[in-house]
Design a protein around this ligand. Sequence first.
Ligand code: PEP
Ligand code: MN
Length: 343
Amino acid sequence: MIIVMQSGVDDARVDAVVQRIEDVGLKAHVSRGEFRTIIGAVGDETLLKPERFAGLAGVESVMPIMKPYKLASRDFHPDDTVLEVGPFRVGGECVSVIAGPCSVESQAQFRTVARAVRDAGGTMLRGGAFKPRSSPYSFQGLGEDGLKILRDVGGEVGLPTVTEVLDVREVDLVTRYADVLQIGARNMQNFRLLTEVGQAANPIFLKRNPAATTEELLMSAEYILSEGNDRLMLCERGVRGFDRATRYMLDLAAVPVIRGNSHLPIIVDPSHATGRRELVVPMALAAVAAGAHGVMVEVHPDPGQALSDGPQQLTPEAFRRMMAELAPIADAVGRSLQHAEEG
Ligand code: PEP
Ligand code: MN
């Protein structure tokens, strides 16, 4: 349920509404927009009747939210959420580019990519240290050694880092080294993990599972938000299709669908979606044209030698070309690429 307060309402009136919500055992989330203050009551709504707010000063309207997610919903938060990640903003009018290798393989490999990403104007550096591989015999990542490289090189080039946390047992560890915690597609409905990262101080990058609906993605987002972590980005990375020409099928319509239903930033990953280097750039351009708040792409100094996902990784040179092509597309849809110097 959301309680919309009259404009210019004072804190005492907001507190009175919060009190009524908490008295029946629900949680209250206050969202102060430019024009209105909205209070979300989250929990078992059968315990809360709209009449509870009748006669309370400052209340403009009381509306049930019919969707199975509340805090992630645009009803609760009409303006786009804009997050601060290091010196950068993500969401709203900004277009962010998150780039780096699939896996952190060595200091030299990661440093080469990191410099290329920074020099071409990337906003965040990605690299996996714990890898969710389909086969247990495939390269599983460097673990904590990889996290150290991620942290050191991220510091050297001055870019915030993003890396996947695979398991609840590793949340504390990854939190010590990385700026943004990625929840991979396979873990989108690992609810214990979502609850755990919902209590972390780091921003979260939540990827859609290839068999999940956009509504299920938003319900997973709700797990994180309802624990109090509201620094959350979503990611579309392709769903299971039938055409073996691409690794997955990029669901670009999910971008405006999610933007309609939610205030959270939505980033597109054309690398995992297509699985093919030559399709990554066209799909990155299309994503920004469709309203995505950014892209995540994989870049490797020598993709032929990559320990994971070689066929979909861009060379640093191709990444530079992509950045040059993205800028006018962002411009054409009234958005702008975030650059290191502007923050
Ligand atoms: C990744 O981004 O490193 C990754 C494994 O992607 P996904 O979870 O989307 O498969
Ligand atoms: Mn990968």
